[in-house]
Design a binder for this molecule. Structure first.
Ligand SMILES: [Zn+2]
Length: 421
């Protein structure tokens, strides 16, 4: 059996691992590097592409398979949300004047090729999916060839969040031959969730006391629904006072519909509610001009690179009563948040503007931190562990914590390893 790391090796983005025997060949994820856009560099002679979750760094290159009739496998929720994200990707590329050899009919074709099931059998190979936490519909992928098993985690977390339970370790295959595990936060340990939430609500309350605006940039999928639900519930329970609160993103609003539809995949508290993502205190707006200030605004893009979050950042960053709450642990260098954090400035129409708003980073991401990654390895006890989906520094930090339990490798891009079966 051959395992080739086509992407997401020593980097975050473009995840794709190809597992091949004499009889079957599958890709585990088929992602793109979001900052680079769709590229046609991944293998296409596949029996199936198995998608762990809808994030484009795990699914974005699927458009290249539209003309190949390759079977795509993943959860129903992943299928529906991937469809929305791919549609949006094409729309944004067109709006930016980029010519792309893909159309909405390619997205429809991918949807047709999709088998929404949690296991499939290929010649001499069994594939099984296991809930991964992380985002709605996310799965880990188990590949069994004869008696040997590989487990690929995709992105995962073990801790429960307000709307989604963490991955259940008891259900995962023990002592796999190989574990291919993400290492996004291989070198980081986070505060526990309740402390982070306390900090979030304290920061929002401080801004409310100043009659200020609060900008919360989020991603349209999962982080938007999670943050809106969190603020809605906090207002319902009196943790936050009633205050104007909005989400602005057509895509996020559309995806919220799927969250209602697939609430059975979410936490017990959510499952018990009728339409949990029709919020009571948080309103969906279509245009920035509809905001009544002061307000809490949850909007895209998550890294403040474009859209409502970029415009509000320009409007509010120089006001000392306003707040910006970044809730991602990782900020790419091209994001204006990097400059705000490092230099306290923002570039607006080519002019440097000093940032006076309160800027806070609270890492509420859905990835496992180092303690969870080590726990996973300790419980599963794999013979061999491959660290992917992490910068080299993060992967190395994790490696030193687990190399007494398992043989660790940090594969390079395009590297192939051979396993005897
Ligand atoms: Zn992800």
């Amino acid at each position: 059996m051959k395992i080739t790391f086509h992407g997401g090796a020593r980097e975050v983005g473009g995840s794709c691992i190809v597992v091949e025997t004499d009889d079957a060949k599958v890709a585990l994820d088929y992602g793109m590097k979001v900052e680079e856009g769709i590229s046609d560099s991944l293998p296409k002679d596949l029996d199936a592409a198995i998608i762990s979750h809808a994030h484009l760094d795990h699914s974005g290159n699927l458009l290249n398979l539209a003309k190949t009739n390759t079977v795509v496998v993943g959860s129903e929720a992943t299928r529906d949300i991937t469809t929305e994200l791919l549609r949006d990707l094409i729309k944004v590329q067109r709006m930016n004047g980029k010519s792309a050899p893909y159309s909405q009919s390619d997205v429809a074709k991918i949807r047709k090729l999709w088998w929404a099931r949690d296991s499939i059998a290929l010649p001499g190979m069994e594939i099984r999916l296991y809930p991964a936490g992380h985002v709605l519909g996310a799965n880990m992928i188990g590949v069994k060839v004869k008696e040997k098993e590989i487990l690929y985690t995709g992105d995962f977390c073990l801790h429960d969040t307000e709307i989604l339970e963490g991955s259940n370790l008891i259900k995962l295959p023990k002592q796999p031959e190989a574990l291919i595990v993400e290492s996004t936060y291989g070198g980081k340990t986070r505060l526990n969730r309740s402390e982070l939430l306390e900090r979030l609500f304290a920061k929002i309350n401080e801004a409310i006391d100043r009659n200020g605006n609060v900008l919360i940039p989020v991603f349209a999928f999962h982080r938007s629904q999670e943050m809106a639900k969190r603020i809605d519930q906090a207002m319902q329970k009196g943790v936050l006072p009633n205050y104007n609160a909005y989400t602005i993103s057509k895509l996020a609003q559309k995806i919220s519909g799927y969250f209602n539809c697939y609430k059975e995949l979410l936490s017990e508290e959510i499952r018990e509610q009728e339409e949990p993502f029709n919020y009571k205190h948080v309103k969906h707006l279509h245009r920035l001009e509809q905001i009544v200030e002061p307000a809490i605004v949850i909007c895209t893009s998550g890294f403040g690179l474009a859209g409502a979050s970029r415009r509000l950042l320009a409007d509010w960053a120089s006001n000392k009563n306003d707040s910006v709450i970044i809730n991602s642990g990782y900020i790419p260098p091209e994001s204006p948040f990097t400059m705000i954090k490092e230099e306290g400035e923002l570039i607006e129409n080519g002019v440097k503007v000093p940032v006076k708003a309160d800027v806070e980073q609270i890492d509420l991401s859905g990835h496992a931190d180092q303690a969870e990654l080590v726990k996973l390895v300790k419980i599963l006890k794999p013979d061999q562990t491959f660290l992917v989906h992490g910068d080299l520094e993060q992967a190395r930090a994790l490696s030193t914590k687990i190399n007494m339990i398992t043989n660790v490798e940090i594969p390079e891009k395009k590297e192939t390893v051979i396993m005897k079966v």
